[in-house]
Design a protein around this ligand. Structure first.
Ligand SMILES: CC(C)(COP(=O)(O)OP(=O)(O)OC[C@H]1O[C@@H](n2cnc3c(N)ncnc32)[C@H](O)[C@@H]1OP(=O)(O)O)[C@@H](O)C(=O)NCCC(=O)NCCS
Length: 127
């Protein structure tokens, strides 16, 4: 399903990453299941502590399988991360959404997120 976001990964790669991520107390990975289909979505949230603005939770990944969209799955995944973050005493939930993911913008606004800024993302490949 992460291929939908343009990050195609093999099941083995995802399993390796999950094995490292799941034991970390400061991160949460949740899946949504719809019977009888099984897993139809996932979300990854991470606690961050920034030098200039303190502790927060960032949603670093969220995908709902296209046939399962529009049924409240995305909302429930975000609300679950929100509850996880609140239980850790975090007072801010953030997400960065690519401008090409147009369906996610009204989604986040419907869930109470307010657009804070638009920015360029820079990358540098290291040897
Ligand atoms: C964005 C995404 C996660 C939404 O998931 P979803 O399960 O379809 O969303 P929900 O059904 O829970 O919708 C929650 C609310 O947002 C609204 N909403 C969802 N998609 C919308 C859209 N495209 N346009 C307008 N409103 C939308 C719903 O109407 C709903 O409102 P309500 O609860 O008041 O009725 C899903 O479209 C997706 O996986 N997109 C591709 C990946 C992506 O963009 N991920 C975000 C990366 S940051």
């Amino acid at each position: 399903m992460s291929g939908i976001l343009g990050y195609p990964n093999s099941a083995v790669t995802i399993a390796d990453r999950l094995a490292r991520l799941l034991p970390r107390a400061r991160e949460v990975v949740l899946v949504a299941e719809l019977a009888p289909r099984g897993v139809v979505g996932w979300i990854h949230g991470a606690e961050q502590e920034l030098l200039d603005s303190g502790r927060r939770c960032e949603i670093t990944g969220l995908v709902v399988d296209p046939p399962a969209r529009g049924q409240g799955v995305g909302r429930r995944l975000v609300e679950a991360v929100e509850a996880w973050a609140a239980a850790r005493g975090l007072g801010l939930l953030t997400v960065r959404s690519n401008i090409v993911r147009v369906e996610s913008h009204p989604f986040y606004e419907r869930l109470g997120f307010v657009r804070a800024k638009t920015q360029h993302a820079y990358r540098k490949q290291l040897p």
